[in-house]
Ligand binder design. Structure first.
Ligand code: PLP
Length: 397
């Protein structure tokens, strides 16, 4: 091993460079349309940008309180009271973090002891396993397998994944990369196991507002009976407001779990950018029309890309939430997902994500590709035009 490799800690060496950085680099090198990383190529709303500019002009320039600017904590608590009828203490039960990414890291570092086990559903967002490892924990994965046009887990596999060492179940709904929105029935079943085995739930809900089917609404596991007291719900501004670079996130949960998260948060970032927190408070308070319009635009984009992928012979799993489409390319290409995505970028000029990087059991993801559709219509149309090159790839069996 050379010195540079050896200098990375044992904890993090297995994780290498995140796939998002790698695919974005490959996309740029090939002048490809980037449908890999989940960020929009259009701007966030003016009313939120104006609020940030005003906050900067007003001199909100120094460190914020570690748990968040009071206005933002109050805005988040108010939404929970209005939408869910749950009264939160904004100072004790809401913590503002630097994106959901920091909330994931802080919750793992604040809750997980070396040797504790954390149950993840695979495929998982790539920072989960790295954060479990940073905390010295051990990840136990429960696969989401294709079932009809969506993905599902097996309750027996979930039960088997829980051992006497399990402390946390890390859930993500709506789910990246599958686009699955966990149903209330599924969440009740997960909740049952968590209550029976006295587990904590970390629920990553960054796509909470990006849901497209009225019969598959987003349900917060924290709202199910007996669950608020054992759940930290994480979210952020980035996905809902097309402001992924602002990195304003938050964690909501009972005081004890919030204290555990804060014990790490205070030493990770201490606080999040003050003027952006002021703007986030405005965003959350005045979001309804903006979000409804964004969701209807995303639904159209989803359908446009789905239709094109189906016409090209890919088997798609229409997402009920998020801004990603998982597709099975087996009828179009014979290799694995990494070589498929590399060829797609280099030969056709479209970058996508190879989902096997989101699995502990890599073979479960090797026939899939993930496309992000949070792009301008003209970007998607150009990508669809380039993807027509796939017709020449058809596998002859
Ligand atoms: C499931 C999931 N959680 C967390 C994040 C990161 O959120 P943030 O940008 O707020 O750190 C992402 C971003 O892609 C995500 O897909």
């Amino acid at each position: 091993m050379n010195a540079a490799d050896a200098s990375v800690s044992d904890r993090l060496r297995p994780f290498g460079t995140t796939i998002f950085a790698e695919m974005t680099r490959l996309a740029m090198a090939n002048n490809a349309i980037n449908l890999s990383q989940g960020f929009p190529d259009f701007d966030g709303p003016d009313f939120v940008k104006e609020a940030a500019i005003e906050a900067i002009r007003a001199g909100h320039a120094q460190y914020a309180r570690t748990q968040g600017v009071p206005l933002l904590n109050q805005a988040i608590a108010k939404r929970w009271a209005e939408d869910l009828g749950i009264d939160l203490d904004p100072d004790e039960q809401v913590t503002v973090t630097s994106g959901c990414t920091e909330a994931i890291a802080a919750s793992m570092l604040g809750l997980v002891n070396p040797g504790d086990e954390v149950v993840l559903f695979e495929p998982y967002y790539d920072s989960y396993r790295a954060c479990v490892a940073m905390a010295g924990g051990v990840a136990r994965c429960v696969p989401l397998r294709p079932e009809g046009s969506t993905f599902a887990f097996d309750m027996d596999e979930l039960r088997r994944a829980v051992t006497p060492r399990t402390k946390v179940v890390l859930l993500n709904t709506p789910h990246n990369p599958t686009g699955k929105v966990f149903s209330e029935r599924e969440l009740l079943a997960i909740a049952g196991v968590c209550i029976e085995r006295n587990l904590i739930v970390i629920s990553d809900e960054v796509y909470e507002h990006l849901v497209y089917e009225s019969d598959q609404p987003h349900v917060r596991i924290a709202t199910l009976p007996g669950m608020f007291e054992r759940t930290l719900t994480l979210s952020s501004l980035g996905k809902t407001f097309s402001l992924t670079g602002w990195k304003v996130g938050w964690a909501v949960g009972p005081s004890g779990l919030s204290r555990a998260l804060r014990s790490a948060h205070q030493f990770l970032t201490f606080a999040t950018a003050t003027p952006l927190q002021h703007a986030a408070a405005v965003a959350i308070t005045r979001s309804d029309d903006y979000v409804a319009d964004l969701v209807s635009r995303f639904r159209q984009k989803r359908d446009m890309l789905l239709d094109a992928l189906i016409a090209l012979g890919l088997k798609v799993f229409p997402p009920a939430g998020t801004y990603f489409i998982m597709a099975d390319f087996s009828d179009v290409y014979d290799g694995d997902d990494i070589s498929f995505c590399r060829r797609l970028t280099e030969d056709l000029g479209v970058a996508a994500i190879p989902p096997s990087v989101f699995y502990q059991q890599k073979e479960l993801g090797q026939r899939f590709v993930r496309f992000a559709f949070c792009k301008k219509d003209e970007t998607l149309l150009e990508a669809i035009k380039r993807l027509q090159g796939l017709q020449a790839w058809k596998v002859r069996r």
